[in-house]
Write a protein that binds this ligand. Structure first.
Ligand code: FA5
Length: 348
């Protein structure tokens, strides 16, 4: 049998333990929860376990003992509640401190990339020409001699082959020197009417401030009944106005390409000085932008197109040249060096 005062001593020492541990152990709400469980849990809690002692208490003292244990439990519940409140307040305060936003701090700059100028020009040209009803044909960078030269009325030993210094991969295969090679693929596989643009990389053994061994061209080809040089001029006029500004006009100068007859070089009126003459146009008021012409009948026939019924025009322009003019770049290398100081300034 246990004496009631002995059991009261047990209750007091548990209460003392709660007070002491709550100060030193329960530093956050999780610890406090665990500690609370260790005293009040109905199965393992130290206070709850005291009830098991009831059997040891003499009959006339059982009620007093039960009352004392229940009072101790009530006290512990209230005690833990107060501490819990304080701990949570402290936690919230710390969280506010750590998440504090200083609105006077300068904002963090988000780096945002932009398209490369060649991609921008290419996309703009595609937009303009598709808006005029052209579709896009993507050729291949490796071609054979037939598509790059022979079918374009430039057979072996033709002097015009010297106009483009070619990288040969084998006697038959080469890196295309012009997107004009795509003309042949399209005309071989499609019946007129044909209306395509073909952008892509081309390669020539060429290297100075305005020429690069790898550069980009965009070919244009229209084949239908009754197509003339006037259609070429009309289409190019529309294109240059959109890319260089409403005031821009074109002028055609006689030239030579084996695959067009007649052939022309196309100049645009200088968009910098309006034609008066400046550094950009070297005082002439005009800037050369592309080569073009009426598709040579021999080329149509090489592709099985009836040259009596159909005629066409074609043009080929250099994307780097357009980008250099548009963005005032004086060395083509700047377009290939990936220097962010240059590229960041060009965001169209
Ligand atoms: C041609 O390549 C013809 N295929 C264009 C053509 C197509 C004419 C259809 C008639 C009909 P050309 O060699 O002039 O033409 O090149 C066209 C453009 O490519 C030039 O005006 C120039 O802007 C650009 N270009 C030529 N060589 C280089 C180079 N090495 N680096 C950068 N751009 C170049």
């Amino acid at each position: 049998m246990k004496d009631l005062s002995e059991l009261q001593g047990q209750i007091d020492s548990i209460k003392a333990e709660i007070r002491e541990k709550a100060e030193s152990v329960a530093r956050n709400s999780k610890d406090l929860y665990e500690m609370r469980k260790s005293f009040l849990d109905s199965k393992q809690g130290k206070l709850s376990a005291l009830m098991k002692e009831m059997a040891q208490v003499p009959g006339d003292q059982k009620a007093s003992f039960g009352k004392a244990v229940n009072e101790a439990k009530q006290w512990a519940l209230g005690f833990f509640e107060d501490i819990d409140k304080k701990v949570r307040e402290q936690e919230l305060k710390l969280r506010y401190e750590s998440e504090k936003i200083d609105i006077s701090m300068p904002a963090k700059k988000k780096e945002c990339g932009n398209l490369h100028p060649i991609t921008t020009v290419r996309n703009q040209l595609i937009d303009i020409f598709t808006g005029m009803g052209f579709s896009v044909y993507e050729g291949t960078e490796i071609e054979n001699d037939f598509y790059n030269f022979t079918a374009l009325n430039t057979p072996q030993d033709h002097p015009a082959r010297d106009m483009q210094d070619t990288f040969y991969l084998s006697p038959e295969f080469l890196l295309r020197t012009q997107t004009s090679a795509g003309q042949i693929h399209v005309m071989e596989s499609t019946k007129p009417p044909i209306k395509i643009v073909s952008p892509g990389k081309v390669f020539r053994s060429d290297d100075d401030a305005t020429h690069s061994p790898m550069f980009s061209q965009m070919e244009g080809l229209v084949v239908d009944e009754g197509i003339t040089l006037c259609d070429l001029k009309g289409s190019l006029d529309m294109f240059v106005k959109q890319i260089f500004g409403e005031q821009t006009t074109t002028r055609l100068r006689p030239s030579y390409f084996p695959f067009t007859e007649p052939s022309v070089e196309v100049d645009v009126s200088c968009f910098e000085c309006g034609g008066k003459g400046c550094k950009l146009c070297k005082g002439t008021g005009w800037i050369e932008v592309l080569g073009a012409g009426v598709v040579n009948k021999k080329v149509l026939e090489n592709c099985g197109i009836d040259s009596e019924k159909y005629s066409g025009f074609a043009f080929g322009l250099g994307l780097e040249r357009i980008a250099m003019l548009k963005y005032g770049i004086n060395n083509i290398k700047m377009l290939f060096e990936s220097d962010l100081r240059v590229l960041e300034q060009i965001d169209d």
